[in-house]
Design a protein around this ligand. Structure first.
Ligand SMILES: NC(=O)c1ccc[n+]([C@@H]2O[C@H](COP(=O)([O-])OP(=O)(O)OC[C@H]3O[C@@H](n4cnc5c(N)ncnc54)[C@H](OP(=O)(O)O)[C@@H]3O)[C@@H](O)[C@H]2O)c1
Length: 234
């Protein structure tokens, strides 16, 4: 399926998507940058005419306003922006009310989604073994705005699904150019077990977001990437 795409945001993720889109047979017809879109002002029917799907990768403060505008315009939207999920009920109501479509994910890597399922299974195995302490570590580039990362929050939720009785404290590191490393560790006096996902670039996120865009066309409602991949919550 060949899609006409709007990119909302012109940062690292939007550039990664723009670089990959032609190879997947898609065309980026408009890129909406931050300075022209204060409060979602550039998201108009004229600007988005003929767009099949919008891909929204901006900031935690900008995303909810953008998503409300895109829902009102009934432009199917894939968002990977993190740090805004406290506004999800409001956005969800708008998407449903306008019979629009939204797919959101803190991480569009298929490997991460499988890692979250492996983490849930690991947590279930360690449940009821207080000799092991557990924690999460995540490292990202110095420019990342939110901490803990959306993926670290998803990892904590997956681990709690496997072991509801345990707390999983998160340590966040912001330094250098790291695209994203997430680990869960279990540690006893004599041994350490670690499960780690390390992204080597943004290509996996871009590929997942484009796959989500193709999947979303023709649908109505609010979806997550794991629902798309597995048909259920992780
Ligand atoms: N789901 C995933 O797989 C995944 C993967 C990587 C990153 N992310 C998340 O995606 C988001 C973007 O990441 P990034 O690395 O691309 O960040 P980035 O390089 O900092 O880019 C963000 C861009 O959003 C723009 N922006 C701000 N407000 C805007 C608005 N109202 N309308 C349009 N654009 C606006 C900024 O423009 P100005 O500079 O002009 O303000 C900036 O260019 C972050 O929340 C990050 O955590 C998700």
């Amino acid at each position: 399926m060949s899609l006409r795409l709007a990119l909302v945001g012109d940062g690292r993720m939007s550039r990664a998507i723009a670089a990959l889109a032609p190879a997947e047979g898609h065309r980026v017809v408009t890129v909406i940058a931050g300075e022209e879109n204060v409060g979602g002002a550039a998201l108009t029917a004229t600007r988005l005419a003929g767009v099949d799907v919008a891909l929204e990768f901006t900031t935690p403060t900008a995303a909810p306003g953008n998503l409300l505008r895109l829902a009102a315009l009934r432009v199917p939207t894939v968002t990977g922006t993190t740090g805004w999920l406290d506004r999800l009920p409001e956005v969800q109501a708008a998407v449903t009310g306008h019979r629009a479509a939204l797919l959101h994910a803190a991480n569009f890597s298929v490997g991460v989604q499988l890692f979250l399922r492996a983490a849930r299974a690991l947590a279930a195995e360690f449940a009821g073994r207080p000799a092991f302490g557990a924690w999460i570590e995540e490292t990202h580039h110095a420019q990342k705005l939110d901490a803990p990362s959306g993926t670290a929050r998803a990892l904590a939720a997956a681990l709690r699904a496997g072991d509801p009785a345990r707390a999983f404290p998160v340590t966040s590191i912001r330094a250098g150019h790291v695209p994203g490393i997430h680990s869960v560790a279990y540690d006893s006096p004599h041994e350490t077990i670690r499960l780690t996902h390390e992204a080597r670039g943004r290509e996996a996120f871009a590929a997942g977001a484009l796959a989500a865009a193709a999947w979303l066309v023709g649908r109505e409602g609010v979806y997550t990437f794991d629902q798309m991949l597995f048909g259920e919550a992780p």
